[in-house]
Design a protein around this ligand. Structure first.
Ligand code: MG
Length: 302
């Protein structure tokens, strides 16, 4: 099942994709997080509502981020494709590290999340080094702590796409902690829908990122350094994961900052994130005032 959120007559609604149409679900089902928290009963209620639900075309629908209610930051994985780790060796300034033996984790602030069709907020005064990172996102379906690798699948609600748009100068500026360069408001597309775990085989998924129609990243999900089950086991080790938590699983090789010469995103660029069975998102960088009255100088002169 492919479940999404859309804006219809000014109100957020849940929908299920069927062929080229969206079955618009009744409001009593709540939002995506309500459905996820309800577990198998939630999915059964969604399935039961689909046959009688009114339809609207998928094309042209005002899609929203599938989740917009967060209990914590977006959980993220760094360097989870070795070709991506290797491409930046020698390009991390004073932050060079050895290839990790355990997953690298960090978080993004929820205010970064935007919908699958929304513009990416862009302000050159915030950063001179805007970069793209196509990623597969895991949606946690069941609470758990210290989840075993062989039980991890039971904690996954489904998968969607994300783009971990990053500001490389901000990422390097703050003591080696990536939070700031990963958390700029309105910069992380999420969507276009959540594919429930039963409806996709990750081993056959190819993930790609295009900029202005040119493919910049492409890799099989099976090339992840640490599997999704291993990520869940390590991340949940002593730390409870909750239904509705979002885990980004890392980006493949081909990021702009590792290219010779580097490629950084500019106003008007269109970033497309797509994967087999997970659909596609296209997001244009549109000028926004993220700077306000700040006196911090990092990107272009204010
Ligand atoms: Mg990333």
């Amino acid at each position: 099942m492919q479940i999404l959120r859309l804006s219809l007559d000014g109100a957020p609604r849940l929908g299920v994709v069927e062929d080229a149409m969206i079955a618009v679900l009744p409001p009593y089902l709540g939002d995506m997080v309500d459905v996820i928290r309800a577990g198998a009963d939630g999915l059964a209620a969604v399935a039961a509502a689909v046959p009688g639900a009114p339809r609207v075309p998928l094309a042209g629908a005002a899609l929203l981020a599938p989740i917009d209610r967060f209990g914590r930051d977006i959980l993220c994985t760094g360097w989870n494709y070795w070709a991506h780790f290797d491409e930046s060796v020698g390009k991390r300034g004073d932050q060079e590290v050895a290839r990790p033996t355990a997953p690298v984790f960090f978080t993004k602030a929820p205010h970064a999340v935007i919908g699958p069709l929304d513009p990416i907020a862009y302000d050159a005064r915030i950063s001179a080094k805007w970069d793209y990172e196509a990623e597969i996102a895991v949606i946690i379906g069941k609470r758990g702590r210290s989840i075993r690798v062989d039980d991890a699948a039971n904690h996954i609600f489904g998968y969607t796409l994300a783009n971990d748009v990053s500001q490389r100068d901000l990422q390097r500026r703050h003591g080696g902690q990536w939070l700031k360069g990963k958390s700029i408001d309105g910069t992380m597309p999420l969507g276009p829908y959540i594919v429930t775990a039963d409806a996709i085989d990750l081993s056959s998924v190819r993930l790609a990122c295009l900029v202005n129609g040119v493919e910049m990243q492409s890799a099989m999900a099976s090339q992840m350094a640490f599997t999704v089950a291993e990520l869940i086991a390590e991340l949940s080790f002593g730390m409870t994961l909750e239904p509705g938590d979002v885990i980004l699983t890392g980006t493949p090789a081909g990021i702009g900052s590792a290219r010779e010469p580097p490629v950084f995103l500019q106003e008007g660029d269109v970033v497309t994130t797509r994967a087999t069975g997970l659909g596609a998102m296209s997001n244009m960088l549109i000028a926004a005032d993220l700077y306000g009255a700040s006196t911090v100088v990092i990107g272009a002169p204010a």
